[in-house]
Design a protein around this ligand. Structure first.
Ligand code: FDA
Length: 311
């Protein structure tokens, strides 16, 4: 793993650095490359553009680690408003939503798990009314059990709810086996947080090997795998596993982040694959941006330049 990855991930949770960096206007080049805007309208417009290009979308109202119940409630309202805006523009069929449970109350000191469950339920209901679904993002390893428990509870009423599993965790291959059943939508990613070696592979090669083992389980299972990676090797391996398993396009999908390898997103879609783009929006872009920089420290010099030139 890159030498810069851990320090950048630590900074992603620093309130002091967040204050400085967040004074950058969202128009600063580096932020704009990863986030289409701060408003519902900017997110819905980006969705329309992507759908015109034959891509599907999952929308994320940015925010995480909320320790304020009112803020958690405001996030729920933002999702409900966004879903009705998507529906009004006829875009909901090709656009689902991604929800971080820590943004809707999971991190609250009293009863966070129950509050997050109720708030997620409200978003699932709004998604179903709009004709679409929710996928629960996965955050750091201290939240994995709570998130999978909330997933189980939500699926009793909303079986279409999807989950994310992170290949860097030792436990994930077993979690894939648990979730590879019919009707189960599972997004497999490598994992984006700073995790200790007791729970997570540290070496990039070990993470990649785990990703392939997890892919094999999901592609051989009865569920709907969502292959979330920009890694050309993983995309290639997923494609060959799909043909080996006799999976037709549409029985699985590729997913990539907004602004990352956009030409590859369009190439895969033109080749007949289902491709979904993860579109984050809102003012709370700091943690998200720092995780993207940790993955690709080459972008750091550009980032520092845009900080220095800020007004
Ligand atoms: P990796 O980082 O190894 O990169 C492979 C190649 O992709 C690079 O060599 C480069 O060519 C390109 N690339 C990667 N990052 C780039 C960048 N920032 N700019 C330009 N090129 C880049 N994580 C998590 O912990 N919980 C979650 O819920 C999610 N959700 C999620 C949804 C979706 C749709 C995606 C695509 C990813 C996530 N992630 C996530 C993030 C994920 O865990 C991971 O951190 C990133 O996807 C980067 O890993 P890659 O698989 O792309 O490979």
């Amino acid at each position: 793993m890159s030498l810069l990855r851990q320090p950048l991930l630590l900074l992603s949770r620093s309130e002091a650095v967040k204050k400085v960096v967040s004074t950058m206007p969202v128009s600063a080049g580096i932020v704009q490359g990863y986030v289409p805007g701060e408003t519902t309208e900017s997110a819905v417009d980006a969705t329309a553009r992507l759908q015109d290009d034959g891509l599907k979308v999952t929308l994320d109202f940015l925010g995480e680690d909320t320790t304020d119940a009112a803020q958690a409630q405001a996030t729920v309202t933002a999702y409900v408003d966004m879903l009705s805006a998507l529906s009004a523009r006829g875009l909901a069929h090709g656009a689902e939503v991604s929800v971080k449970l820590s943004a809707v109350g999971q991190a609250l000191p009293d009863g966070g798990h129950a509050i997050a469950l109720e708030n997620a339920r409200t978003i699932c209901r709004a998604a179903r009314n709009a004709g679409t679904t929710v996928t629960l993002d996965m955050e750091d390893h201290t939240t994995t059990d709570s998130t999978l428990e909330i997933l189980r509870e939500l699926r009793q009423d909303f079986p279409e709810t999807g989950a994310v599993l992170q290949a860097y965790l030792h436990r994930t291959e077993a979690d894939c086996r648990q979730l590879a059943h019919e009707g189960s939508r599972v997004r497999l990613c490598k994992g984006a947080y700073a995790e200790p070696e007791e729970v997570a592979f540290q070496d990039k090669l070990d993470v990649d090997k785990s990703y392939v083992r997890c892919l094999k389980v999901l592609m051989a299972g009865q569920g709907y795998p969502m292959i979330a990676t920009h890694d050309p090797r993983m995309v290639e391996i997923a494609s060959s596993l799909a043909s080996r398993q006799g999976r037709a396009p549409g029985t699985y999908e590729f997913q990539m982040l907004y602004g990352i390898r956009p030409e590859e997103q369009r190439r895969l879609a033109a080749a007949g694959e289902t491709v979904r783009v993860y579109v984050p929006y809102g003012t709370e872009w700091y943690g998200y941006l720092m995780r993207r920089l940790a993955e690709r420290p080459q972008n750091l010099s550009f980032f520092v330049k845009s900080l220095i030139s800020k007004k």
